[in-house]
Every structure is written in C-alpha cells, then in structure tokens.
Ligand binder design. Sequence first.
Ligand code: SAH
Ligand code: SF4
Length: 399
Amino acid sequence: MTMTPSLLGLSKPEVKDQLAKHGVAEKQLNMRCSQIWHWLYARGISEFDEMSNVSLAIREMLTENFSIKRPEIVTEQISVDGTRKWLLALEPQSPREKAPEVECVYIPESDRGTLCISSQVGCTLNCSFCHTGTQRLVRNLTAGELVGQIMLARDRVGDWPGAEAQNTTGLPDSDRKITNIVLMGMGEPLYNFENVRDAMKLALEDDGLAFSRRRITLSTSGLVPEIKRCGDEIGVMLAISLHAVRDELRDELVPINKKYPLKQLLAACRDYPGLSNARRITFEYVMLKGVNDSLSDARELVRLLAGIPAKINLIPFNPWPGSPYECSDWGQIEAFADIVNRAGYASPVRTPRGRDIMAACGQLKSLSQKLRAKDALLDEAVKAAAEDAAAAETSVVEP
Ligand code: SAH
Ligand code: SF4
C-alpha cells in the first residue's frame, strides 16, 4: 500500500518545492502556489478539480500525486444544543498500523464557535485524573492532520464562503461559524511542538484559514522550555493545567511537575510574551473532592497567580471508570470560586448544566467509546465541559 502524500499542512515554500519537483515552471511557482493556497484554505475545496483557475495539466498532476483528504469521520454526534463531536480515523502511517482515532469537538454559542482539537493519539504523560493519561502514546498528529481537523469541522458546519451546513442546529449568528480553536483534546501539544507550530501558523495565515491569534488557545500540562518556545514561535494564547498549588500534590496529579515544579512553571508564565489584561493566561484547575479543593488551596491559588494576567477556569472533575477521584461537591466549588472571584477573577453565572459531567476535553475518546457503546447522544454536560475549557473567565458548572 502506498500512501499519497497530503498537501495539507505544508507551508508555502514546501508547496512550491513540490510543484517544482512535479514540473511546474519556476516562473509560475508563486502564482500557482497562491492559487492553490486560496482554494485550499480560503475556499475549502476538497477536490483538485474545483480549482477552476488552475490549468488542467496541473490539476491532473495534483490529483495523481497528492491528497487533500481530511481525517475520516468514524462517528458524528450532534447534540440538541448544536454541540458536535467527531470521532476521526487518521491515515495509518504504515501498512501495519491500525487507523488511529482521535476526537474533535465543536461547541457553538450565540456569538462564537469553539473547536477543540487533538494533538496526539494518546499521551506520554500520566496525569492521575486524566483518562488520556492511561492510554499509551500511539503517535503525534502531523501538521496536515491538525489543520485537517479544522477543515473537516468547517466542512461539516458549512464554514466556507458560500457553503451551507447540512444541519444548522445551534450554529452561532456570527459570519464565521468556527471562531476559536482550543488545543485541549487528546495529547500534550507541546510534545508535538513542530507539527503544532506549523499547523497553527497555517491556521493564522491571513490569506488562508485566517484565525485570530487571540482566539487560539494551547493547553499544556507545563513543559517549561516549550512554553517559552511557544511564546516565541507560535504566539497563541496559553492555558496551563495547574490543578494544584503545592508541589507535593502537583507531583502526584501532574507528574511532569517533578521535572518542572511550580516555581519554574509560574516564572515561565510571567515571562510569556505579550501578556496584558486583554491577553491573559488561563489556569485550568480541576476540582477533585478532598484533594485540591480546600479554601486554603483557593487562597494559595490567588496568591500564586498574583502579578500574572490570568483567568481561572475551574473544571468539575469528569470521572471515568476506575478513576481514583470524585468531583468536588457543588457547595465546595462555589465556596472555592467565591475566593477566586473576590480576588478579582470574574465568574459569570452560567446556566446550570446536566448533572452528568462526563466529557472534559482531556478524555474525549473514553467518552466516545462509552457513547458508541450506548449509542447515546451527547448531553448538555459535553457542552459544559468543552465550553469550560474554552471559557474566557472563571467558570463553574453546576453539577
Ligand atoms: N495535555 C494538555 C491538553 C489536553 S487536556 C493539558 O494537559 O493541558 C485538556 C484539559 O482537560 C487539561 O486541563 C486537563 O487537565 C483536563 N482534564 C483531563 N482529564 C480531565 C478529567 N477527567 N476531568 C476534568 N478535566 C480533565
Ligand atoms: Fe496528557 Fe494532558 Fe491528560 Fe496530562 S492532562 S495525561 S498532559 S492529556
């Protein structure tokens, strides 16, 4: 089995290189590359034949040698509130490899739409509360698969010029249906640095996917050296999976803390370029009953973050079979949030969501396996969890 190389995920110089290799004349390279670019990323075509201003010979050459296929949809679930969840099969990288699967979730709100994408199949880290952490790393996603998730989601919600969604449930009123991207699906994005960087560059290109830098958020468990690189080389918004305010506990919950303890992590956050009140770091804090949810933890959290332009995102723990934790009680979450609010981190009152809070982005795939087994629809909780991951302020979801 030979695999057709994907054109998706290549930079402009790489596209030109490929064109030259396949006989496109030197003096045509710039023009052909911009045409192809426009069709791929501004128009979202999925067949080379639709590139009407590209010569037939070049279209034939492209069709023969390259693919612009998105990841394949294994299942698509659309909630009554418009949340969409796709289980996607990636192309096997060798004939022996079974098609690896990842998930991607779209959460529409009235004024925006947030897409949560995966960066790895599995994860090398073992955060004790995260289901992905129990799955071994299968492989990194390629830059093409990373942008492929965005393009596939745009296909499905009709988010290309002139396109229409087959199902319009819950779509935002905004012109663009997908306005925000969060790297909060499976995997640790900063352990797949180059591909994530290249894909995010493509997502940011003005003449391409054209997302705003302020509307892309990368979530990391805290890889200190790569946080700096992320600031220097990608420049998107940062979310930190903090989850504990003392090293002893964080060593247990987020074991990468043993390598990069809180002091180093917070120093890297302080140094993150371009921070201001309008560009804050999001600190994610999963609420684990009796583990990290005491009021003294809340006060310590506020103290630790002093001086860093920050948002705090309290995430109700999302249990999975065999998980060693429980979600904090609602009253405790509220009391915790109160302390955080009083320190000046806004906490909009959210409409209560479903009781079952099954789907933090970090464990999308386990949820999907369950859903597949039960053949159930997404519930409100999926939206709550994913929205939380994307939310701009402190947010708590009523259990
Ligand atoms: N690996 C990256 C991004 C993916 S996880 C990271 O760790 O930041 C996205 C978010 O979901 C992280 O904040 C993660 O800690 C959180 N998460 C993982 N499992 C969870 C669970 N069971 N309940 C609630 N949040 C969870
Ligand atoms: Fe990996 Fe993030 Fe889960 Fe930790 S929380 S195991 S880094 S996906």
